[in-house]
Design a protein around this ligand. Sequence first.
Ligand SMILES: NC(=O)c1ccc[n+]([C@@H]2O[C@H](COP(=O)([O-])OP(=O)(O)OC[C@H]3O[C@@H](n4cnc5c(N)ncnc54)[C@H](O)[C@@H]3O)[C@@H](O)[C@H]2O)c1
Length: 357
Amino acid sequence: MDHIFTMGVLGLGEGRSVISAVLNSKMWELGNICDLNEELCKERCQEFGIDKYTTSYEEMLKDPKIDVIGIYTPDQLHARHIKMALLAGKHVICTKPLMINLDEAKELIRVQKETNKAVFVGQSSRYFEPALRQRRDYEAGKHGEVETIETHYISDSRWFLERAWSHQQGFSWMYNFMIHAVDLAVWYLPEIEEVYGLGVVSENTRSYGLDVPDTLKFILKNKDGRFASVTGAYAAPTLGSAVEQSISCTIRGSKGISRAGYPKLKYYTNFEPVQKTAKLQEFADKHGYYFRFENESHHAGEYQNYMEHFASDMNRGITPKPDLQEGIHTLAVMAAMEQAMKTGNVVKVSDIMECIR
Ligand SMILES: NC(=O)c1ccc[n+]([C@@H]2O[C@H](COP(=O)([O-])OP(=O)(O)OC[C@H]3O[C@@H](n4cnc5c(N)ncnc54)[C@H](O)[C@@H]3O)[C@@H](O)[C@H]2O)c1
């Protein structure tokens, strides 16, 4: 019989989707929920009919019934919270970005090896319905030989700069937002060798007293010469998701093309026999599964998909991916992108990886 995993949820903002996913999945049980903000704990208890919570992460870690910790705290705290979970003998599902830089990478690899617990990165945009369909078509070879991947994450997210932790050291549009687009590119081209790109800090980001690039464009070159283009824009008006989806992944291949996007449930394909216009698949029946709260503010269905993927792989003795190694490699690609942006040079990912060996 399959093991039912018991989740302790840390951080109850985005953690709201995790609670919903656990309560709606046959593969999961809820162990406890935790946030420093007691009012938020009480709000979540009332919303989901939960009868316990804690404001102490240490206390939640002591619970022997909990076997997985879901980490949904601010980006800057992930490395510390992952390490604490591993040392307490728990598996980890950590939201993106796994970490805000590679400073703790070596130490986390060491602790993960020593404790032999799984670390899975919750790259939610791989788990949206169109993205799942696109991956299936890719694995079935419908694109033929894939030449390029084009991804973007474009959203007017100035609202994010109202948050206290966006002004704390370590916040960047690149690591917090653009990682979705980078992860999709690296998912399809996993041997990125060199990167080049540009980024500018707009006056909108500056007006919040921040100096982090918000408008970005990169080329990532794979070992075999194929490449991805990755675009991000976060602090200026957008065309809106009806015209340009916030997150988009286009696969161009010799036999066909596909485009999957978020947040609209739309998947465009043009496979053999090729037509003049791409076929559009929409998944109206799944809208309620993906978006469970007001204003499509969270996307719990993606979380349920990745948590069930985690549970299913664990029960089959397979390491659920993206794991710690894959997550760190993606961060190394991003560190190379950052360096390319600062120096104007082409940067080798292997030079970055060298620092953590
Ligand atoms: N698509 C996605 O996968 C997605 C979407 C949004 C946010 N996120 C990620 O989720 C994480 C949380 O984002 P958010 O929007 O919920 O932020 P948030 O600020 O709304 O929530 C973070 C919560 O963590 C709590 N917290 C901080 N330190 C804590 C501690 N030591 N112990 C217990 N609780 C603590 C805070 O009180 C707060 O309620 C971020 O890393 C963000 O990048 C992922």
